[in-house]
Design a protein around this ligand. Structure first.
Ligand code: CU
Length: 210
C-alpha cells in the first residue's frame, strides 16, 4: 500500500499541482464555453480526469476510526528514524482502542450531582466491564488535581463509581456539565499515550502519568 505512505505534505503538493494543471486546462477550454456548465464544474471534471491518471484521487478516509488512529501512529513511527521496531507494540494500542470503543459506545453511565461535583456510576458486562475497570481508575489517577478536581473511584460489581469534585464553583459546574464522556475526554492525554503504547513504552494497565 505505497500510496498510503505518501506524507500529507506530498498529497497537498500533488493536489496543488493537479489543481494548477486543471485550472490551466479549464482556461484553455474557455475559448468555447458551453455557457450552461459553470466554470467550477468544468474545473472539477478536469481535476477528476487528471487525478485518475496520477492517483491523487486516492480516498483519505481510513473507513474506521480506530483503524485510522493506528494508521496515523504507523506513519509517525515510520517517519521517525529513532523508532525501535523491536519494541513496537501495535497490538497493545489496538487493545486500548477496543477499550475506548467499549467505554465510549457501550458503557452505561448514570450521573448524579453531589455536593461539590458529580458522581457517576459506570457499568457494563464482559469486555465493556474490563474496559471500564482499565480506563476509569487510570483516568482518575491521571486527572486528580487537574483544574483542582478531586477524583475518586470505588469499584462496583459491574463497573466503577467515579466521583469528581472541586472547590471552585465554576469547576463544580464544569465537571457536572462535562458528565461521564466529557470528563473521560478531558486532558487530551490519549494521543501522546497512544504513541507511547505503540512504541512499547507505556503499559495501559499500570500507569501514573505526568
Ligand atoms: Cu486512548
Amino acid at each position: 500500500m505505497r500510496t498510503l505512505q505518501i506524507s500529507l505534505g506530498a498529497v497537498v503538493l500533488l493536489s496543488s499541482a493537479v489543481f494548477a494543471l486543471a485550472t490551466g486546462g479549464a482556461v484553455a477550454q474557455q475559448a468555447a464555453p458551453t455557457d450552461k456548465m459553470p466554470m467550477d464544474h468544468q474545473k472539477m471534471m478536469q481535476m477528476h480526469g487528471q487525478a485518475g491518471m496520477d492517483g491523487a484521487s486516492t480516498p483519505t478516509s481510513p473507513g474506521q476510526d480506530a483503524f485510522g488512529a493506528v494508521q496515523e501512529i504507523v506513519r509517525l513511527l515510520e517517519a521517525d528514524p529513532k523508532t525501535d521496531w523491536s519494541k513496537v507494540n501495535l497490538e497493545a494500542l489496538r487493545q486500548h482502542l477496543i477499550d475506548m470503543n467499549e467505554v465510549t459506545l457501550k458503557a452505561d453511565a448514570v450521573a448524579t450531582p453531589v455536593d461539590g461535583g458529580v458522581e457517576i456510576a459506570i457499568s457494563g458486562s464482559g469486555r465493556t466491564l474490563a474496559a471500564i475497570q482499565r480506563m476509569v481508575p487510570a483516568w482518575a489517577a491521571t486527572m486528580n488535581g487537574y483544574k483542582g478536581w478531586i477524583t475518586k473511584v470505588v469499584a462496583l460489581p459491574t463497573g466503577d463509581l467515579l466521583t469528581v469534585t472541586a472547590a471552585d464553583p465554576r469547576e463544580v459546574a464544569h465537571v457536572r456539565g462535562l458528565g461521564f464522556i466529557g470528563l473521560m475526554a478531558s486532558g487530551a492525554h490519549h494521543q501522546p499515550h497512544h504513541l507511547a503504547m505503540a512504541k512499547g513504552e507505556f503499559d495501559p494497565a499500570g500507569h501514573h502519568h505526568p
